[in-house]
Write a protein of this length. Structure first.
Length: 653
């Protein structure tokens, strides 16, 4: 059973994570990739990479034949499935065995036994593992299901027997809704899992979701490695996880651990697995399901136990005994993990797509990721970008470190849930009552409001960038101004919300007026200070005219500088926007609204450093806006004149 070359049949962060441990242990590694992932980080990290098909997972990562062909072509004698895709596919485990390739995971029989929720619950009942009152029978007659649901009583959960991830699941609080719920769950289960079999169980409305990590070898040793609390979820998908659970004491921990071991031993389990329980407000727990693979949230357990679960998986897969006993397992400190998704919390957490234009994560906490700047997030795969995991001496210490890390994380170019994660970790309910009802009860995600101070900060940052650009055009002149006050006007759209800002820049500093409120703003490096409050920021140019992607503290903003984009573009309308190349005094204005002008006409003259600088029309067209008056002090990059190009000029462009 010994192997030397490991193929990782997955992508993204889990592929990177497995490859790193395998390489550290001296194994040769092979990555597989779809056409969409040809330049992905896991491809570059492995010793060898093999293309296995087009972007759709059904034609690549879910193709048993293509993955085994890749193993044969590269001499891989073991396959690690990661999680998702084929990780819990019994047919894949059998195919690996038939091809004389070690499957790093449990047996096909164990996968099959736990993959059918109804059969698994029957097994757990026989093994003495606590179950919620429910129905897991093979008779799927609708009339029988209705009768059983009535016997169980509401609230009742209708669930697909063959699946997970929230699909084929309906919570019913009114008996009158049962027929429709059963019908809808059947349809969804059939489409997602190929089976419309259902199970029923008493619903707990405010439970904790607590799971036990188990690890077993083929020599009869099964260990439980502490618990993880995964209660904060949206649409039955985990968002924040932590170890240990803040509501589990030592006595309950041992009872749950013993039940998890009994569950694993009931199916002769070998490898890493997770037994999931629901924990009610009275401290009673009930079997939910067993995941026969490495969990997304396994890093928390690694941080608090000091164990490398992938290393243990690779050892066990080769027939080696586990190198520790239950007495050796120690829980030290606390760890919290968040899942950073490309999604829009304000729009029902719908997945987002696009290019990761900027990516920077602090290096003082653990980050598991499969993206980098330039990575393209498509609709083909799960939108998780990374997992950020912070450890600490206690829960509050870990929480503070994670909030700080999220605040300092820059991911620009597409919508993410970064701000939402910070809001969750800082919400008072997180500290006291983080059940599976957390998101519904917390009021999160809250509506994003752009206040005048935010708009002033954005205008200050854009103004600072304009000074930098002006200095490149006219070295040494960008920051120059004569006596008086240089002004510049900004019309900006922040996440679609329009704001006007007037920037006054003089020897005393910069004052930005938004909605008739003055704010003193200073920008130094990557810090913007507004009225004495500092926030870090990062900004990059977007692909559309005038668009900037901005991280302002905990918030990610899309900013369009409406006055500094070509008039004829989709964003505001070619050329025709004349700006001041430097600070200066306006000495002549030869333009007025409605005036026809020709390319090269001198429309404004600035005096700076005792020199005159002419600003000429760059298109033929009609003047539609004049923002300069004689004697006015203007700032670098201030919009002086806007020209609407002639139609023929626009066509030429």
């Amino acid at each position: 059973m010994r192997f030397s070359t490991l193929l990782v049949a997955n992508r993204g962060e889990i592929a990177v994570r497995v490859i790193r441990t395998a390489r550290a242990l001296g194994y040769r590694t092979v990555a597989v990739h779809s056409d969409a992932d040809a330049d992905a980080p896991h491809v570059h990290l492995a010793d060898q990479a093999v293309a296995i098909g087009p972007a759709p997972a059904t034609e690549s990562y879910l193709s048993i034949e293509r993955i085994l062909n890749a193993a044969g072509a590269t001499g891989a004698d073991a396959i690690h499935p990661g999680y998702g895709f084929l990780a819990e596919n019994a047919a894949f485990a059998e195919a690996c065995s038939a091809a004389d390739v070690v499957f790093v995971g449990p047996s096909a029989d164990a996968i099959r036994a736990m993959g059918d929720k109804a059969a698994a619950k029957r097994l757990m009942a026989a093994a003495g593992v606590p179950l919620l009152p429910g129905y897991q029978g093979e008779d799927q007659d609708t009339a029988l299901l209705l009768a059983e649901a009535t016997e169980i009583g509401v609230p009742v959960m209708v669930k697909a027997a063959a699946g997970g991830g929230g699909k084929g699941m309906r919570l019913v609080a009114d008996p009158a809704e049962l027929p429709d719920a059963i019908e809808a769950a059947r349809r969804e289960a059939l489409g997602a899992f190929g089976s419309d079999d259902l199970i029923l169980e008493r619903a707990l409305l405010r439970p904790r979701h607590v799971e036990i990590q188990v690890m077993a070898d083929e020599h009869g040793t099964t260990l439980w490695l502490g618990e993880r609390d995964c209660s904060i979820q949206r649409r039955h998908q985990k968002v924040v996880e932590e170890a240990p659970s803040p509501v589990v004491d030592e006595e309950l921990r041992h009872r749950m651990g013993s039940a998890a071991v009994a569950a694993a031993e009931a199916v002769d389990y070998v490898g890493a697995g997770t037994v999931e329980f629901l924990l009610d407000e009275n401290g009673e727990f009930f079997f939910l399901e067993m995941n026969t693979r490495l969990q997304v949230e396994h890093p928390e357990t690694e941080l608090v136990t000091g164990l490398d679960l992938v290393e243990l998986q690779l050892d066990v897969a080769q027939g080696r005994p586990l190198p520790l006993s239950q007495e050796d397992v120690r829980i030290d400190g606390h760890a919290i993990e968040v899942r950073l998704y490309a999604e829009d919390p304000a729009n029902e957490f719908l997945p987002a797509t696009g290019t990761v234009a900027a990516w920077d994560v602090p290096d003082d906490i653990r980050t598991d990721t499969g993206v980098r700047a330039g990575s393209v997030v498509t609709a083909n795969y799960d939108p998780m970008l990374a997992k950020l995991i912070a450890g600490g001496r206690d829960r509050e210490h870990a929480r503070r470190r994670l909030v700080r890390a999220l605040a300092d994380t820059t991911v620009l170019g597409l919508r993410t849930n970064r701000s939402f994660l910070i809001d969750v970790l800082e919400h008072e309910l997180f500290a006291t009552d983080a059940t599976t009802a957390f998101i519904a009860e917390s009021g999160l995600p809250s509506e994003t409001v752009i206040d005048p101070a935010d708009a002033a900060a954005v205008a200050g940052i854009l103004h600072a960038r304009s000074l930098e650009a002006a200095d490149q055009r006219s070295p040494g002149l960008a920051g120059w101004h004569s006596t008086g006050l240089a002004t510049s006007r900004f019309e900006i759209a922040i996440n679609g919300e329009r704001h006007s800002a007037l920037v006054s820049h003089g020897r005393g500093g910069t004052v930005i007026s938004v909605d008739e409120l003055d704010h003193r703003v200073a920008v130094v490096g990557d810090i913007v200070e507004v009225d004495g409050t500092d926030r870090s920021f990062a900004i990059i140019q977007g692909t559309e005219p005038g668009l900037h992607h901005l991280r302002l503290g905990a918030r990610d903003l899309d900013v369009v500088d409406l006055l500094r984009i070509p008039v004829g573009s989709d964003a505001a309308g070619g050329e025709g926007v004349l700006v001041a190349p430097m600070h200066g005094a306006v000495t002549k204005v030869a333009a007025e609204v409605g005036q026809a002008v020709t390319r090269g006409d001198k429309l404004v003259i600035l005096e700076a450093m005792k020199m005159e600088h002419s600003i000429a029309a760059d298109v033929d067209g009609t003047v539609v806006e004049v923002n300069a008056t004689v004697g006015q002090q203007v700032a670098a990059d201030a919009v002086l004149v806007v020209i609407e190009p002639d139609e023929s000029e626009s066509d030429d462009e």
